[in-house]
Design a protein around this ligand. Structure first.
Ligand SMILES: Cc1cc2nc3c(=O)[nH]c(=O)nc-3n(C[C@H](O)[C@H](O)[C@H](O)COP(=O)(O)OP(=O)(O)OC[C@H]3O[C@@H](n4cnc5c(N)ncnc54)[C@H](O)[C@@H]3O)c2cc1C
Length: 431
């Protein structure tokens, strides 16, 4: 028995124990990027932190065989010495491969390679009854195509084979400024169609100040910037027309300041920042966030708006015109991606734009007022939002978006005893 098989057997036994006691099952991991707070009292938390190994890298086939709870930071550290990178690397070091596949993980290469699950060749999923099922586009196809966007409600991915791409040592970035949304999104479409760039994303500071960042692998760089300490990446976009980073620093350019959200902890003030050299990363920020949820429960007067919203490219200018005046959060991250149809993904085939906006805003309205507005506008424009943070849909509305019939069939086939909660209970219900 390999070490991985040993870990699987031990986990299946722990599952069995929890089920025998009739307890709800939850994951115990050392990191989590979820922004929907739930009470874990009464749950049997299963320790899966040991599933964080690279089992093999095949440079010929350009694939990595890995365990499901490995962080992208560890995976990138393992592939780069081979001159390879995962085809899609979500931008925070602590995001895990299983979390990104069971959600709809994304990054700036997604306009070429699709969402994270579209770069997966096969998976081993631990079901609620303790069975380990291998699935791919040939075997157990329904589970393979039904797993993305299931958020651990069908089973847990313990082992995956993911596609890698060739990398070069450096990345050259070109930041182009736009001052009207129509030409901005037209250019996004053009760059995606041309296909010359290796990476493409954007940063919106205001209606008049929007940047598109095209990035490409290069063998040499005249000099490289460093955004891991005192220099702040998102500010550099406003100052530099072009820039060079090592491939590793490009991949983690957003991690140092959690995009720009480190401002919540005053870490963009130089005197404070200087003291926290080793704490400038997503691992620290999510720990502080979790602690603050516990110490300072929501006291009213504000609303937390932490959302990633996916909109078909043709409707992106309209969403943009809604977002800035009605919600008022800036900066906004803009990331184009191409996707195909997957069972539980509410997105249609084609080019979309992901808008990421994360802040706490003043509110004199009822709870969830701004988040509801975003959900309604997103539905109206044929889009969908990530379910990793708070959702306010009522149940009929939710199931109109997330295909109750197909989900019910998958649940019946793979979790008939309801060991895991259903998608609505897990992602929307607060109690
Ligand atoms: C500021 C900010 C920036 C972000 N940037 C990005 C980004 O660039 N790209 C991106 O893709 N996302 C981004 N996100 C969202 C983030 O990807 C999601 O929160 C993601 O679900 C986190 O995955 P995790 O690995 O931390 O999983 P967790 O937070 O631990 O879990 C997420 C969900 O997945 C389930 N799950 C976890 N592991 C598995 C598994 N092995 N098998 C089955 N189900 C599992 C859990 O049960 C849970 O429901 C961002 C969020 C914020 C707030």
């Amino acid at each position: 028995m390999t070490d991985h098989e040993g870990r699987c057997s031990a986990l299946a036994a722990e599952f069995e124990k929890a089920r025998a006691r009739g307890r709800r099952i939850g994951l115990r991991k050392s990191t989590s990027n979820l922004f929907r707070q739930r009470d874990s009292a009464g749950k049997h938390l299963i320790d899966v932190s040991g599933f964080d190994h690279v089992l093999a890298i095949d440079p010929e086939r350009m694939t990595a065989d890995i365990e499901g709870m490995i962080t992208y930071e560890a995976l990138v550290d393992a592939t780069l010495p081979h001159g390879l990178l995962p085809a899609v690397v979500p931008q925070l070091k602590t995001i895990t491969v299983g979390g990104a596949v069971s959600g709809l993980g994304i990054e700036s290469s997604s306009f070429k390679f699709g969402l994270v699950h579209e770069t997966v060749e096969s998976m081993d999923i631990l079901l609620g009854d303790g069975r380990l099922v291998h699935c791919s586009c040939r075997e157990n196809r329904d589970l393979f195509f039904g797993f993305p966007n299931s958020y651990g409600t069908l089973g847990y991915a313990l082992r995956l084979t993911v596609r890698l791409i060739p990398a070069k040592p450096y990345i050259r970035l070109v930041h182009t400024r736009f001052s009207d949304p129509e030409s901005y999104f037209t250019r996004v479409e053009e760059v995606c169609a041309e296909g010359h760039a290796d990476y493409l994303d954007g940063t919106i500071f205001s209606r008049e100040e929007m940047y598109l960042t095209e990035a490409e692998f290069v063998e040499h760089a005249p000099s490289t910037s460093d955004y891991t300490y005192m220099e702040i990446y998102y500010r550099s976009i406003q100052r530099k027309a072009q820039d060079w980073l090592t491939a590793r620093d490009y991949i983690w350019r957003w991690d140092t300041d959690w995009f720009w959200c480190s401002k919540q902890f005053h870490l963009q003030t130089p005197a404070i920042r200087r003291l926290f050299k080793w704490g400038l990363n997503s691992r620290t920020y999510q720990r502080i966030m979790r602690l603050s949820y516990r110490l300072m429960p929501d006291s009213g007067g504000t609303e937390s708006v932490i959302q990633d919203v996916d909109i078909p490219i043709g409707n992106a200018p309209e969403f943009f015109e809604f977002l800035l005046p009605e919600i008022g959060i800036t900066p906004v991250w803009m990331c184009p991606f191409n996707t195909r149809v997957w069972d539980l993904s509410p997105l249609r085939e084609g080019l979309h734009v992901n808008f990421g906006f994360w802040d706490v805003i003043p509110s004199t309205h009822e709870k969830g007022y701004f988040n509801r507005k975003i959900e309604k506008k997103t539905m109206e424009l044929g889009g969908a939002k990530g379910l990793y943070s708070s959702a306010w849909y009522d149940e009929p509305e939710f199931w109109r978006i997330y295909d109750r019939k197909r989900y019910g069939e998958l649940k019946q086939a793979y979790d008939p005893a309801g060991v895991f909660p259903d998608l609505y209970s897990k992602c929307v219900r607060r109690h």
